[in-house]
Ligand binder design. Sequence first.
Ligand code: ATR
Length: 301
Amino acid sequence: MSSTDTASLHTDPSLFAGVDVYAVAGNPISHSKSPAIHQRFAQQAKQLMHYGRLQPDIDSFAQAAQSFFAAGGKGMNVTVPFKLDAQNLADVLTPRAQLAGAVNTLWKTEGKIFGDNTDGAGLVRDLLAQGIALNSARILLVGAGGAARGVIGPLLEQSPKSLIIANRSNKKADELVKLFADLAGSKEVALESRTLADLEDVAKTQHPFDLVINATAAGLADESPLTPEAVANIFVPSSFAYDMVYGKTTAFMQQALQRGARVSDGLGMLVEQAADAFLLWRGAQLGSAIDPRAVLAKLRS
Ligand code: ATR
């Protein structure tokens, strides 16, 4: 990467006098669609703000974020691989950020850095906007890393019938089931864990599923976490398959399409989590001024 490219990945709030400055931090970050999304929200809501990019070195997130806020930065979105660093940096966490174990939205008020997580709310709103009923649904969540953990709370809040978390190895999925047991109990949701191998065994799943969410990193490597044997058990034509990866028809989505199911990538989740961050920063009263679905349509065109 040339020095010019590196410089364009650094947003210095002190260079934007009189303008509220925000940024998305990740590594890598040059591909991020967040600046384009937030600039559209700012236009829709007539907000004077600048939204740029930051690419801290892998072990320098805290330092980069502190400098950004010290230079007058108002808020920051945080993406891979810094969501845990962002949680550690925040002075105050919202309850949902605590439960998610990760932070994707930071802002500074009265000298304190606040951290929230809008990923799960973004996923739920995108699903509802696509006409997917979550109440009483049988949901399979594939993956048990940070991306999966971030969406479990908001999914349980929708009172599905059941939520099965399936992972390659049991340990992480079992831990998530324990962590969310109280919330699941209060919503009367059957929350259980499975291994990916269990999904091949009809007796071990409550198949088929209304909604299957891929929260693994497999899509990035053009792989699916589901074996052909599992696919046959999991999808029926009325299923909806959602991959959190965006910008391509992943191997997971192709498996679902072959079974006649409907599919979605995760671009709508990206736009909806950004909308929540925008409203946290600029004020909930702007909710009716922004139109996330129009921004999504523009991104897809
Ligand atoms: P993230 O924050 O994106 O969730 P992570 O915490 O590293 O990243 O978790 C990645 C998830 O993707 C895990 O559930 C991982 O499974 P393991 O816990 O068994 O490692 C899952 N994963 C990654 N690549 C996968 C693949 N090729 N097949 C199936 N699962 C995969």
